[in-house]
Design a binder for this molecule. Sequence first.
Ligand code: DP6
Length: 327
Amino acid sequence: MKKRLRARAVSCANIALAKYWGKNDVTLNLPAVPSISLTLDGLVTETTVEFSPSFAADEVFLDGRPTTPGEAKRVVRMLDRVRADADLALCARVTSRNRFPTAAGLASSASGFAALAAASTHAAGLSPSSAYLSRLARWASASAGRSIYGGFVKLPAGVPGDDRNAAKQIADVDHWDVRIVVAVTAKGPKDTGSTDGMERSRETSPFYEAWVEAAPALCAKVERGIKKRDLELVGRAMEQSTMSFHACAFSSDPAIIYFAPATLAALATVRALRQKGVAVYATMDAGPHVKALCHAKDAARVRRALRETEGVLSTIVAKPGPGTTVS
Ligand code: DP6
């Protein structure tokens, strides 16, 4: 069978409403806790992969510049796995662009590895199922396993030694008209990436085990809330999930502090809005930006309040987005 050799994929970022923090199998990259995310429209990575006998080595370009071997390591690891599955012995050129709003300050590894999984497998001539793509993306970066699907997506906790762990859609993109308002609070890359941060938490935080024990119930509340379109149920569980994982980060040795002063200011804005009767809840990932979840009708008001918050550099409003597509 003739192989297709070139493919392009587009993937959206996602934001966890129930957080993933910690692995129970580092080699297979299996999450120790279940997580649920919302795929975000407009925050996309576009990746093209081409395999060719004319390439002497794998080449990876990110946002127009060649990456260093260190940066390309996880990419090449995924290419190696795809080549093994497709029985292909050609080098690849990978070109990836983040089409995120300027100064989004958002992590792009989820959309990046989801797009890479889809583009590389199709370019290699495989006809992957969504479950296969989600497993492949999860193996590179667990949150990426969720960006294969649109709407609301759950990634169960892994079973150590079992590589089948993959995400599933729990409600589609039209299920619930909510918005995520992102308040960008700092420039530049974060000090501690999530992979290193969660390993340090597992090894040193006295709260880590309590987190792993508590996370499934919080995730179940988020899932119930999504099914019932109950923003208070989702929002409260999301905030507790967020603060519980940050408590692990704070209590690691050395401490991992993702908050900036403007993070706390933006959290205060969210609480003040709630006191005025607006249903809005906040979450933060392995970085200082605050992401506020609210109904579509309240998004403009939430955005205005966050924009006026001391230290907030910019804001972005995102709605539920589609899953990964290939062309
Ligand atoms: C805080 O998926 O980036 O954003 O699997 O090690 O690549 P690796 O970690 P990653 O972790 C994301 C952590 C988080 C919460 C979340 O998205 O669930």
